[in-house]
Write a protein that binds this ligand. Structure first.
Ligand SMILES: *Cc1c(COP(=O)(O)O)cnc(C)c1O
Length: 384
């Protein structure tokens, strides 16, 4: 047995025993849809690749281990994973959610699942009272993102989970923004952790994927049933790519945090910047909670420039190192306007009510030279 208590070691070794026939260090990519059976209904553990594939098993084992959970399930996208978790519920059930969720999550809940008799309330989870006030007898799930997307709100996950558990409801934490290196939601009371592995876990902007992790065997069985029954599974090559990305998560996250801290400090001093949102800044209301439940403050920085939306648009088009694109968590730095791009599916009144202004700029700070990143933003701000 390897000594694999620390996450840095797990990231590299979990789910990755040497291949038994050849000793290959990396798991083979099993590009197969089916498996020869010795007799009808007798099989090797694999019968059809929607149900299971060895390359996917390696990834699922790894993701479970790095989240400190027992059971991992990989999906074809973060939305595929989110969709499976919502289908754990029955028509008539109610979900209390944070009010600053990934736009696609909000869209799936309100535009798809409301039609199937589920109901959702989106509340400010940075304090506990709104969660209690939104609670109903039929509330079965609490859905949290911390830091949230794109306002980087911090929820006290342990305190929020306690409310849900008093009522026997399930706590789901979308850990995409923090990654398991910076935050371990199971230690804070989560029942299920969900990821878009497209982001920090994959880390190289070359694959779309999702995952769920739980410690509860009954829930894990239901998720595996839904994964097989509905079929939002990743292909073996996608599994390989996510798994390869995971190995460098610890070193990447340290550098993402170094660079984000440097960029946030630079923007906070800049005369053309209205306000900077970064959980590591002394001005962030969630800093204390973030410091308690996260190892560091992450690689995402949001800010508002002085002036109108057009000024923000000009800024986003003037950077040259920061690429104008959706998504986050890759090695390269990206800039975008959530209201017009990733969160456009949320009705404007709802966005404004939740504090998401049209001119908000979101940065995914990559691994380039921090000097170059600050200089790029400085030049672009001059051009505004
Ligand atoms: C991107 C993202 C998702 C959706 O994941 P996809 O892989 O794009 O389907 C869900 N939650 C968060 C926080 C995200 O950033």
């Amino acid at each position: 047995m390897k000594n694999d208590d620390q996450i840095e070691t797990k990231l590299i070794h979990a789910g990755c025993d040497p291949e038994p026939r050849t000793g290959a260090v990396m798991p083979p990519v099993f590009l197969t849809s089916t498996y020869i059976q010795p007799a009808p209904a007798e099989h090797t553990g694999y019968e059809y690749s929607r149900t299971g594939n060895p390359t996917r098993t390696c990834l699922e084992t790894a993701i479970a281990a790095i989240e400190g959970g027992k059971f991992g399930s990989a999906f074809s996208s973060g939305m595929g994973a989110t969709d499976a978790l919502i289908r754990l519920l029955d028509a008539g059930d109610h979900v209390v959610c944070g009010n600053d969720l990934y736009g696609g999550t909000h869209r799936l809940f309100t535009q798809v699942y409301r039609r199937f008799g589920l109901s959702f309330d989106f509340v400010d989870t940075t304090s506990i009272d709104p969660i209690r006030e939104a609670w109903r007898p039929e509330t079965k799930m609490l859905w949290l993102e911390s830091p949230s997307n794109p306002l980087l709100h911090i929820t006290d996950l342990a305190a929020a989970a306690k409310v849900a558990h008093e009522h026997g409801a399930l706590v789901v934490v979308d850990n995409t923004f923090a990654s398991p290196y910076l935050q371990q939601p199971f230690e804070l009371g989560a029942d299920v952790v969900v990821h878009s592995t497209t982001k920090y876990l994959g880390g190289h902007s070359d694959v779309v994927g999702g995952a769920t992790v739980t410690n509860d065997e009954a829930i894990a069985k239901k998720i595996a049933f839904l994964q097989n029954a509905a079929g939002a599974i990743p292909g073996p090559l996608d599994c390989f790519l996510v798994h390869r990305g995971i190995k460098t998560l610890a070193v990447r996250m340290e550098r993402h945090c170094d660079n984000a801290e440097s960029v946030a400090a630079f923007l906070a001093e800049h005369p053309k910047v209205e306000r900077v949102i970064y959980p590591g800044l002394a001005t962030h209301p969630g800093r204390e909670v973030a410091a308690r439940q996260m190892r560091r403050f992450g690689g995402m920085v949001s800010f508002e420039v002085k002036g109108d939306v057009e000024a923000a648009k000009r800024l986003a088009m003037a950077t040259t190192v920061f690429g104008l694109a959706e998504s986050l968590g890759g090695v390269e730095s990206l800039i975008q306007l959530p209201a017009a791009m990733t969160h456009a599916a949320i009705p404007r009144e709802e966005r404004i009510a939740a504090g998401l202004q049209d001119g908000l700029v979101r940065l995914s700070v990559g691994l380039e030279s921090a000097d170059d990143l600050r200089a790029d933003l400085g030049r672009a701000l001059e051009a505004v």
